[in-house]
Design a protein around this ligand. Structure first.
Ligand code: NAP
Ligand code: G4F
Length: 325
């Protein structure tokens, strides 16, 4: 039997790299769509580069999407590409809308015209809940986004639902809560903290400037979450699912967990800097992942403390190697 073939957009990102690892383990042929950049940024997929096929395309460019679907004929598409950093969405709101919102329509139009049998996963976000209307948040909780990014993701979610209902596509929206890993971008708060804790421990830095320490997030491990994406596309019918741990922690607790792991007191190093405050904040996110558990049989394996310790360990090891320590 021939291998199943999956197309991943955003394969150079955190989730794309873990999903590629996972799909290869499941015996898939993996096609990754990458946009042209002047400097190659394949660090997260370097270890599997000889096992995957990378093709040039951009969510801003309808023609490139059509050409990829026609040439590579994937059976499953995981649309993970996005401008995904919330603060950048206030600086570049139009660009964020073009990629993170309209990019979804470009992909769905490609599927509708080239092969409506393709199964489609859209990377939706708990940022859509924003100023939360219910605690915990589940699939039926109304959205109230608080950033141009959140607004763009609400569009991406509803256009996915609309194409499912209009054209009978197998299109799923995964509403994923924050998920992190040693491969997380350095600007996101978890990695910013674990990386700087490691630098401080090694004497490479003395201070860490953060924004709002009171906001709470439902943080899980990215490696667990890509399994949920795949499970959604293996069901008999398409649907939308909330994916999270059901636990919430503040940024302050995150500091406490990361610093104390290396025997440090975060109060001695963390300062608050207004530059990292947001025009509108999402104060509290916590999932009700009951449907994912019941229907998909999905449960996270890695706890909050294990996740933060894993990230601190990885950053310590990388920094020691870089600095010959
Ligand atoms: P990430 O690390 O920022 O990766 C984003 C990916 O999108 C990168 O591969 C990037 O390519 C690619 N990309 C950006 N603009 C593109 C364009 N115009 N055309 C093609 N590719 C483009 O994000 P992530 O954390 O892996 O998240 C994956 C997806 O899940 C995103 O859609 C994000 O919004 C969503 N999500 C994430 C979380 C989370 O906690 N991580 C939670 C909910 C939803 P370059 O390498 O070239 O920049
Ligand atoms: O790590 P963050 O930047 O993640 P945020 O904004 O929750 O978004 C992430 O998760 C979403 C899922 O809910 C994804 F859709 C999205 O793509 C992205 O992956 O910030 C988390 C919290 C915020 O409340 C922020 O105000 O940490 C607070 N924070 C405090 N100081 C900081 C900082 N965030 C960042 N990035 N940097 C700081 O210095």
């Amino acid at each position: 039997m021939s291998k199943r073939r999956a197309l991943i957009t955003g394969i150079t990102g955190q989730d794309g790299s873990y999903l590629a690892d996972f799909l290869l383990e499941q015996g898939y042929e993996v096609i990754g769509m990458v946009r042209r950049t002047s400097t190659i940024n394949f660090a997260r997929i370097h270890h599997i580069q000889d096992k995957i096929t990378l093709v040039s395309g951009d969510l801003l460019d309808q023609g490139s999407i059509l050409a990829i679907l026609q040439e590579y004929k994937p059976q499953e598409i995981y649309n993970l590409a996005a401008q995904s950093f919330v603060p950048a969405s206030w600086k570049q709101p139009v660009f964020t809308g073009e990629v993170t919102a309209l990019g979804v329509t470009r992909m769905l139009e490609g599927i509708r015209t080239v092969n409506p049998e393709i199964r489609f996963y859209q990377a939706s976000s708990s940022e859509m809940f924003g100023k939360v209307q219910e605690v915990p948040q589940k699939e039926s909780t109304p959205f109230y986004p608080r950033s141009p990014y959140g607004v763009a993701k609400v569009y991406g979610h509803w256009i996915t639902v609309n194409y499912r209902e209009s054209y009978d596509l197998f299109a799923c929206s995964g509403i994923l809560f924050n998920h992190e890993s040693p491969r997380r971008g350095l600007e996101f708060v978890t990695r910013k903290i674990t990386y700087n804790v490691a630098k401080i421990k090694l004497g490479l830095s003395q201070q860490l400037a953060l924004g709002n320490l009171d906001s709470k997030r439902d943080w899980g491990f990215a490696g667990d979450y890509v399994r949920a994406m795949w499970l959604m596309l293996q069901q008999d019918s398409p649907d939308d699912y909330v994916v999270g741990t059901g636990e919430t922690h503040s940024v302050e607790e995150l500091c406490e967990t990361a610093f104390s792991y290396l025997g440090l007191d975060w109060h001695d190093y963390v300062i608050q800097d207004p530059r990292f405050m947001r025009p509108a904040e999402v104060d509290l996110l916590v999932s009700d992942p009951g449907k994912a558990r019941r229907v998909l049989g999905w449960e996270p394996d890695v706890s909050f403390t294990e996740l933060i310790q894993m990230m601190v360990d990885a950053d310590l090891a990388t920094l020691k190697k870089e600095h010959n320590l």
